[in-house]
Design a protein around this ligand. Structure first.
Ligand SMILES: [Zn+2]
Ligand SMILES: [Zn+2]
Length: 124
């Protein structure tokens, strides 16, 4: 079973995920743009029992980040964990989005990811 590791910019918070993600997405919504400071977020969802983190995080509206360096890390509940893929140690990740959300907010210079399911807003 494959294991991926990741950390925040300063290294205080670390995560590990095991096995295949349930799904891999990109989101262009306003919340994702503002929280990331970028044009979209790139993330994947693993079952909660295949995810571990070490180091204290701060949290806003369920979105966890490093209190020291501010890196956006993950959201997690008892069912699943959504990991921001930019925190993974190895880049490129080799993970390809299977869907895109809020494409009505996508920048005009970005093209749809080939083969990824396209949603105007949230997933139904
Ligand atoms: Zn940090
Ligand atoms: Zn979003």
């Amino acid at each position: 079973m494959s294991t991926l590791t990741g950390s925040c910019l300063c290294g205080r918070v670390r995560i590990t995920v095991r096995g295949e993600p349930r799904r891999i997405g990109i989101c262009h919504c306003t919340d994702c743009r503002q929280e990331s400071g970028s044009a979209f977020t790139f993330y994947a969802i693993w079952p909660a029992d295949q995810f571990e983190s070490t180091g204290d995080t701060s949290e806003y509206s369920g979105r966890r980040f490093c209190p020291e360096c501010g890196s956006r890390m993950f959201s997690a509940d008892e069912d699943e964990a959504e990991i921001k893929l930019g925190i993974l140690t190895d880049a490129p990740t080799g993970l390809t989005p299977t869907y895109e959300l809020w494409i009505k907010r996508r920048e005009g210079w970005l093209r749809p990811v080939p083969g990824a399911k396209q949603y105007e807003e949230d997933r139904l």
